[in-house]
Design a protein around this ligand. Sequence first.
Ligand code: DSN
Length: 417
Amino acid sequence: MTDLFDALVATDPEIADVIRREIERQNTTIQLIASENFTSPAVLAASGSVLTNKYSEGYPGKRYYGGNVVVDEAEELARRRCLELFGGDHANVQPHAGANANLAAYMAVLDPGDKVMGMRLDQGGHLTHGSPVNATGRLYNFVAYGVDPESEVLDYDAVLDVAVAERPKAIVCGYTAYPRLIDFEAFRSIADEVGAILIADIAHIAGLVAGDAHASPVGLADIVTFTTHKTLRGPRGAAIVCKAEYAQAIDKAVFPGLQGGPLMHVIAAKAVAFKEAAAPEFSEYAHAIVRNAVALAAALGEEGFRVVSGGTENHLMLVDLRPFGITGKVAQESLDAAGITCNKNTIPNDPESPFVTSGLRLGTAAVTTAGMGEPEMATIASLMGRVVQAPDDESVRAEVREAAATLCSKFTPYPDL
Ligand code: DSN
């Protein structure tokens, strides 16, 4: 790694400097973006390897080009480890991103114009769950379910009512900003009630599922998609696990349906991540993420934040900033300036636009990887409380930035980089 970086410094000092400064940013500021994590040096090494040079259209043993005998082993290892980790009949580890994995799932089982039911995008659904500006919303006829307006939690009877009224061909469960456990058995029975295919998008919670900190949809959902870089802590990318009857359709949808050559360096890094996630320490890690999220949500409540749905049961929480009279946009910018990275996010029935928002989404996967625990969650909540009460105060920002750096000096994700 060091030799490779030396080569980069010699060839392109500007990009080398960007990477150096990003390592510094990740090491010295608090990372609370719920979809991010700090991947291991082993994953970094695989994804920065010469496997990037290989063209491998097709699947192991059935490639369009020669010279794939070595990289085939990487993809076989990734597929095998993925199935050992999650269960299921068939795995496809080629999707470059969660968006591709979701579109492949739809392409495998739907025709353009078919009706699909997913969570409202402003209540936790993802862009690829039918946003009108995304290919999924243009190709398929999405209808939405949402959370209960009072409890801000899914009401499965209400979801069933929408399904019975709409008779979708597929139902998508799994979210990008939902802080509660998902009852996949309830979704299976709703899908069965209306004869729908069930697709679970567990991009956010894949690491919790792998570590037994959240129930798994595998075996219940027909198709399960997930990204590998969030709670799962692998390289940027995605994978699909499905029942045997959908295996061929999924493989065809990914390649040649959607993608060309797979990223073999990233597939090798996914194999490394699946191996890491199968270790007993990973289960401890997954449970620690949830404990930290519960602690952070409770401490933020004490600081005056309104925690959406009253708390969390997974790795993330949404907080409503209206008690402080500020928007998500202002809070995100002020916190960023104070050394705390997070993202503005709509909350259920948000009066503000998605570019402004009334809330923040916060996640604990990255800080838990860095080694922080419940005492540090209380510290972070108190630092956040100071910033949102004086969002424009430069001296508060400077003090919090220094406190964040002091905290991170004891919990540095990449001390050797
Ligand atoms: N951008 C990811 C997230 O933050 O949840 C999803 O694509």
